[in-house]
Design a protein around this ligand. Structure first.
Ligand code: UD1
Length: 430
């Protein structure tokens, strides 16, 4: 089994370059199959979730040509089936974007029910509500979601909850519907805006992405495009917290500082020096951090995908902090793992009460999901002694070359596959 092994205690110092946003890329790949002309996507992160989605569209007949590690050309004219059902696709959440994209283009789609990180019940009722409002019918049979429409017609849709996935899926299914769609209570995340911009570059007519009302005027056809994905807000935030928790000094490059404001503000509140440049953010943490309160909220609020990393930082901050998770109901599973490293955190429902301890001690822990896995790595890098993080397949789903990027900042970390490799690492690091 793949593991990360690390020896903590070294302040991370230097520069790190952030890749393209995974969650934008997932919507953008689905959008790409809606054109018959070639679509070139740049700044694509080379992570497991993306590679699984590319494989899935290849399996239904799209041409996927990897030009280089971060650039792909997709041709959707060769798609020969609307049924997406493979072992891989069941593992990722964003398979549901193929429902919206194929429904929008071919008026029907059958996709295996989405998997993804186990952080709550994660229903897709709002996605389905959007499809129905546009004239679709759906059924769930043998683990597949099947949607079909004789014709898709623009509609007025009000989402009951602010959902990134449902917002992107409604955009995908409505761009080629007849007439206009108004989507209210839409999610405002940067990756929603990125998917809308990409669709507009293919000839779609979407206005208002980034606000809570999105207006879509249907067009008959989408054409080819070349599009570069925005930087990943969560990868950037993870490295910002790495600086904080290891008392380091990191320049996080190739970012859009505006997308990081809620993260920067919290780190500043906790006592870090945060400076913004045009496309970089520098985080310097000279002393032990202070306690604070965090509540996860839809953008521009504090992102739920940064909750575990900040809980790790607060676990070694001075005083008592409160973290409230308001998006997913089951997102504190890593707290038991963190307890093995000496933290003092009590979880009551959706609230974690964190009594800061002086420091972590290294231990063997398991990554329960993607972001919590990354957070445990940060804890290991701050800990005294060796830490082993198991089940890192979760982390590989969303972080490209995580170990290499951390090594570039001075971290003693390696990905190992056996006891022998772990022993060799210990011998080397001393
Ligand atoms: C996306 C991100 C995930 C991030 C989350 C919130 C992807 C692939 N994943 O997930 O990393 O943590 O946004 O920023 O982009 N809900 C419903 N019904 C629905 C849809 C959602 O009740 O039909 C609820 C969810 O249970 C959750 C909330 O709405 O409580 C937000 O979920 P949503 O924004 O849809 O998250 P995802 O798109 O699954």
């Amino acid at each position: 089994m793949l593991q990360y092994i690390m020896k903590g205690g070294t302040p991370l110092v230097g520069e790190v370059c952030i890749g393209g946003a995974k969650n934008a890329a997932l919507g953008i790949i689905a959008a790409a199959v809606m054109a018959d002309e070639p679509v070139v996507i740049e700044n694509l992160p080379d992570v497991q979730d993306i590679n699984v989605l590319l494989k899935a569209i290849e399996e239904i007949g799209a041409v996927v040509d990897r030009i280089d590690r971060h650039t792909v050309r997709i041709i959707g004219s060769t798609i020969s089936t609307i049924t997406v059902n493979s072992d891989y696709i069941r593992k990722i959440r964003a398979s549901y974007y193929l429902l919206g994209a194929l429904l929008g283009k071919y008026k029907q789609a059958e996709v295996a029910l989405p998997g993804g990180c186990n952080i709550g019940t994660r229903p897709i009722d709002q996605h389905l509500k959007g499809f129905v409002a546009l004239g679709g019918r759906y059924s769930i049979e043998r683990g597949m979601v099947c949607v079909k429409a004789d014709r898709l017609k623009g509609s007025h849709i009000y989402l009951d909850v602010v959902s990134v996935g449902a917002t992107i899926n409604v955009m995908l299914s409505a761009v080629m519907a007849e007439g206009s769609t108004i989507l209210e209570n839409a999610a405002k995340e940067p990756h929603v805006v990125d998917v809308a911009n990409m669709l507009n570059s293919m000839g779609a007519n979407i206005k208002g992405a980034g606000t809570d009302v999105i207006r879509i005027r249907g067009v008959q056809k989408l054409h080819g495009t070349e599009y570069s994905i925005i930087p990943d807000q969560i990868e950037a935030g993870t490295f910002m917290v790495a600086a904080a928790v290891t008392h380091g000094d990191i320049v996080v490059k190739n970012v859009i500082p505006k997308h990081l404001e809620s993260i920067s503000a919290k780190l500043a509140e906790m006592g870090c020096e945060v400076t913004e440049e045009d496309d970089a953010v520098r985080v310097v943490a000279k002393r032990r951090m202070r306690h604070t309160q965090i509540k996860t909220l839809p953008y521009p609020g504090f992102p739920t995908d940064m909750q575990p990393q900040f809980t790790v930082a607060l676990a070694v901050a001075e005083g008592t902090s409160i973290v409230t998770e308001s998006i997913f109901e089951n997102r504190f599973k890593y707290v038991d793992e963190l307890a093995r490293m000496g933290s003092n955190i009590r979880v009551e429902g959706s609230v974690a009460v964190i009594d800061g301890v002086r420091g972590f001690t290294g231990a063997t822990v398991s990554a329960p999901d993607l972001r919590a896995g990354a957070a445990l790595v940060l804890a290991g890098l701050a800990a005294d002694g060796y830490t082993v993080v198991d089940d890192i397949s979760y982390i590989l789903r969303g972080y490209e070359s995580f170990d290499k990027k951390l090594q570039g900042l001075g971290a003693a970390i390696e990905m190992v596959e056996s006891e022998r490799e772990a022993a060799r690492f210990k011998l080397k690091v001393g």
